[in-house]
Design a protein around this ligand. Structure first.
Ligand SMILES: NC(=O)c1ccc[n+]([C@@H]2O[C@H](COP(=O)([O-])OP(=O)(O)OC[C@H]3O[C@@H](n4cnc5c(N)ncnc54)[C@H](OP(=O)(O)O)[C@@H]3O)[C@@H](O)[C@H]2O)c1
Length: 154
């Protein structure tokens, strides 16, 4: 009911968004919400099969969603992702949602140096780097203020 009322009040038609980790959980809900309000959304995950399934689901609802695989813990893959986003959206981005994160539920004493480094790489360095990469695209739309961090969980 509240969602229906909101849909009548405002729209994201013509807006573009990048949501990392849109195949599951909160990221999946955010993609659906933004696309439901009319935004064109780009998302990513490491799993092509999940992306294909989600694309079918969003396509059936008439949502405009693009995607590609990306391991966000890799600096090179993050750069490739932003290049794909830029060419898909003609160099302009309105909304960046840094949603994807890695959570390793283990006793601190059992966490290896590699695990710790992977968690920090995905949850801290990645959103920071994506903000840097996205800045020119957000600036093109004067949308640098609409960048969201959804990082936590460990
Ligand atoms: N759930 C909660 O209770 C909760 C509470 C507070 C904050 N949060 C935060 O909210 C965000 C989403 O949480 P969630 O529970 O919805 O997570 P989730 O269900 O585990 O989904 C995570 C998404 O991110 C993707 N992802 C993870 N690591 C990735 C990587 N290295 N490269 C590319 N994609 C990656 C996953 O796809 P693949 O694994 O297939 O790559 C998946 O699409 C996280 O930042 C989390 O810390 C969650």
């Amino acid at each position: 009911m509240a969602g229906e009322q909101l849909k009548g009040r405002w729209s994201l038609n013509g807006m573009t968004a990048l949501v990392t980790g849109g195949t599951r959980g909160i990221g999946h809900a955010i993609v659906g919400e933004l696309a439901g309000f009319g935004a064109t959304v780009y998302t990513c995950s490491r799993n092509q099969k999940d992306l294909d399934e989600r694309l079918q689901e969003w396509g059936a609802k008439g949502f405009k969603v693009y995607c590609s695989t990306c391991d966000l813990s890799s600096r090179t893959e993050r750069e490739e992702l932003m290049n794909n986003v830029s060419s898909t959206f003609n160099g302009k981005l309105n909304i960046l949602v840094n949603n994807a994160a890695t959570v390793i539920l283990r006793r601190a004493t059992d966490l290896s140096a590699e695990d710790f480094s992977r968690v920090l790489g995905t949850n801290l360095e990645c959103p920071y780097h994506l903000c840097q990469l996205a800045y020119p695209l957000l600036k093109a739309f004067r949308s640098w203020k609409y960048s969201f961090y959804l990082i936590c969980g460990w």
